[in-house]
Every structure is written in C-alpha cells, then in structure tokens.
Write a protein that binds this ligand. Structure first.
Ligand code: SF4
Length: 435
C-alpha cells in the first residue's frame, strides 16, 4: 500500500526527510531553501550556494568533459550543426555524422551552394528530414541576408529557418557567450532533481520553474562552459539511473538528499505510439528498379522510396502491395517474392512494413501493350510522388531514402543494414524536438 507523505512545515515529506541519504546539504541550503508555499513545485531561494554549485560544476567539467569535434573552435556554424544533429541522436553516431558533414560542407557558403539531394543523402539515417531541409534554407538565408556571416544577435539567429528557442539559445550562448540557458532533456533532468521539482517537467508550472533556475544558474561570462557542463552532467552522471556517488553537485541536490532522485523528473503523459501496418513493393525489370520521389512537403519530403501504403481492413499485405502500386503508378503488377517484414519506430507510430518483389503483368501484350513496349516503361500516373526513376542498385546508394526503405534496399542488394537513430525510443535531447 502506498505510504502517505506527511508534510513537514517546510514542504518536505516526513518519509522523504527520513529517507536519509549519504550527502548532507551545505550550510544555508537546508530548510530555509524549501518554503511551504508551493504544493506542486518546491522552490529554493537563490543564495550563496549558487556560486558554489557553479564552481563545482565547472571544475568537474574541466576534468571530465568528453573531447568532441565541435568543442575545438566553437564556430557558430559548428555549434549550430552539432546541436541540430544531436537532437534524437546518440552521441557516438552524432560525432560520425558531424565529421562526415564537415568534410563535405565545411562552411556556410559550401552548404548554401549544395543540392538538396546531396544534403538529404548526408542526413540519411538521422531522421526528421525537415531539419536537413531547414539547415540548407538557413545557410542560403545567411548568404543572402548576412553576407555569409553567421548572425550573432538572438533575434537574427531565431529568424533562421528551423531554429527554435532552444537552438537559438545554444548558438547564442555557446558560440557567442550570451547569458542564456540551454534546457534540453538532460538539463531538465538535472534541474528537476537538484531543486526537487515534483510535477511533470514538460508542463507548467514545472517547465517555467526549470527555465528560471536554468537561467539563474548561468554564471556571468561562462555561459559556454556552464551550459555544456550541465548537458554533460546529465549525459554522463545524472542519467536516468543517477550516479550520485560520482556527482559534483551531490551536496547541492535536494532529491539526492531526500533519497528520491529516481522519482525525478516527474514524467508527463506518455505519447500514444500507434501501430501502422503498411506494404511496399520493389518492381524490377532486369537490373532496373522502380523508385519514386515523394512530394517536397509532408512525411519523408523529397526522399526516394519504393511505392506502397497502408494495408486496408480485410486486405492481405500481398493484395495491398498490388493495389497500392497500381494506385500510385498505374502499373499492373503481381507479387513474385516475399521479402519479409521490416519494423521501424518513429516518434508517434511504429511501422510494420511488409515488403514484396513485384513484376509487371503483360509487359509486352494486352491493352497496355503500347505503353509497356519500352524496356522500362514510364508509369501511367504518379499520385503520391513528384518524380520517378528506373535505377540500378549502385545508383540507389546515391539516393536519399527513408530508413525503412534503405534497410530494405540494403538487405536486397547485399549491403549490411545500417542501424538508425530514427526510433522514437531515442531520448537524447528529445526536448529540443518541440522546436
Ligand atoms: S546528486 Fe544525483 S540526482 Fe542530484 S544532480 Fe547529482 S546525479 Fe543527479
């Protein structure tokens, strides 16, 4: 039976207070820090402990920070690309994408002159392709409106395509030293634990309280180091399962002191992940493979795919594959092979993709004989795409594709399937995707 948390006058529950954890709070950081005024969020009064906390954090960061490629020169371009790339991406993978990107697009001017297809191809596997399109649009805007120089004021940074409040704050503080916080999921977790924020962190009042504390904690003239140190602490020490014994802020941390660090942050409602049952078909004539390019806007905008769609109620995946291909291209096809199922997680849905090999029916006869007389005929229509291509396995490698379709192509054409960071389960810097 759950125990009732009996409130002490300072707002700390008796159960929590008696949960006696190893660290003692610093002098002056005890009951006076925990006013009885807020039921949902307990506030600490700012005091002498903040400079101590800042110093402990910076000292720790100076010794324990990871050597990352964007921590060398801190150009705004590198800070920007790394911040956007790391959204929903594990660090190791982010580093390899970052290095590849900088080799191909070392500066804003090179990026701005690139073809979108090349940018999407380099982004392939990171997911959320609108981020890549926005980066390209922002680079072109910097060239057109700022003479190729990355703007340094917050308003101009914020006005770049795809740059929301988090990314703008990160660039302004880390690249230009502005006194602004960076509150990603890691920082949210650290602050909610230090200040024992006991309501869902993505909602008010907790979100506002966390942002105010995050700002208050930024030391004058040290925003670059401090913001990175907060994120680094969240990534390395104050993880989902906190390593409080190794934490430089343990003496300042209320949740740790109360023994409830594992109960912070308080989660909000979980997003419902819907299952999606879909099909796709690979139509081949000899060495040639039919692919189509999706419209510029919407899901997988401007990416190449094998035609397909959802399985309708009462329909088998095979039937759906034939129907979808017909609807999207006008080609009459039949199933020749079952390539199995690819499962892939996205933010709001989980895709089960049934994959089939297809061939044209009556390619050289029947009513459509004339239209099918070419070796690789054009589609009679394109209802879900802006462009089509008969391509080869080698050429396919140079087309940007959604992760599930790339997995299929790799499995068919003998390339080991790459892992992807698109699954919804990736939580690194998840908070930033609200931008
Ligand atoms: S003491 Fe524990 S809970 Fe508190 S900030 Fe450090 S790692 Fe996180």
């Amino acid at each position: 039976m759950p125990q009732t948390r009996k409130k002490l006058p300072n707002g700390v529950s008796k159960k929590d207070a008696s949960a006696g954890q190893p660290a003692s709070l610093l002098p002056g950081f005890e009951e006076s820090c925990l006013p009885a005024t807020a039921d949902t969020v307990r506030h600490l009064t700012p005091g002498d402990h903040i400079p101590g906390l800042q110093k402990a954090l910076l000292d720790w960061f100076a010794v324990h920070q990871r050597a990352l490629p964007w921590r060398v020169s801190y150009t705004p371009y590198e800070v920007w690309i790394s911040e956007v790339m790391l959204q929903q991406t594990q660090m190791e993978r982010g580093v390899s994408y970052f290095l590849r990107w900088m080799q191909r697009f070392p500066d804003v001017a090179t990026l701005a002159a690139a073809h979108e297809e090349d940018v999407l191809l380099l982004w392939e596997g990171l997911g959320y392709y609108s981020r890549a399109r926005h980066i390209l649009a922002a680079a072109r805007k910097i060239m057109a409106e700022h003479g190729g120089v990355f703007p340094s004021d917050l308003a101009s940074i914020r006005a770049l395509p795809g740059v929301g409040p988090y990314t703008a704050g990160a660039i302004a503080s880390i690249a230009f030293g502005e006194k602004l916080p960076c509150v990603d999921a890691n920082v949210e977790r650290v602050i909610s634990r230090i200040f024992d924020v006991d309501s869902p962190v993505k909602q008010e009042p907790a979100a506002g309280v966390i942002h105010r504390w995050a700002l208050k904690l930024v030391p004058e003239g040290k925003s670059r180091e401090h913001n990175q140190a907060m994120m680094e602490l969240g990534a390395l020490v104050c993880r989902k399962k906190p390593l409080c014994g190794a934490c430089p802020l343990a003496a300042f941390c209320i949740s740790h002191h109360l023994g409830i660090a594992d109960q912070r942050p308080v989660p909000g409602k979980r997003a419902v992940i819907k299952p999606v049952n879909a099909v796709t078909g690979v139509l081949r004539i000899g060495k040639n493979i039919f692919v189509q390019k999706r419209p510029p806007s919407g899901v997988w905008g401007n990416l190449w795919e094998f035609p397909g769609g959802r399985v309708e109620p009462g329909e088998s995946p095979e039937q759906a594959s034939v129907r979808e291909f017909m609807e999207e291209t006008g080609f009459e096809v039949r199933v020749t092979a079952n390539y199995g199922v690819i499962r892939h997680g996205y933010t709001t849905y989980r895709l089960t993709l049934h994959c089939f090999g297809l061939e044209l029916m009556n390619p050289c006869g029947g009513a459509e004989a004339e239209k099918y007389s070419e070796a690789c005929p054009p589609p009679l229509q394109l209802t879900a795409a802006q462009q089509y291509k008969w391509t080869t396995p080698e050429e396919l490698e140079n087309l940007a594709m959604p992760a599930a379709h790339r997995k299929l192509a790799d499995s068919l054409f003998n390339k080991p399937a790459a892992t992807s960071d698109e699954p919804a389960s990736a939580t690194v810097r998840q908070a930033r995707l609200t931008e």
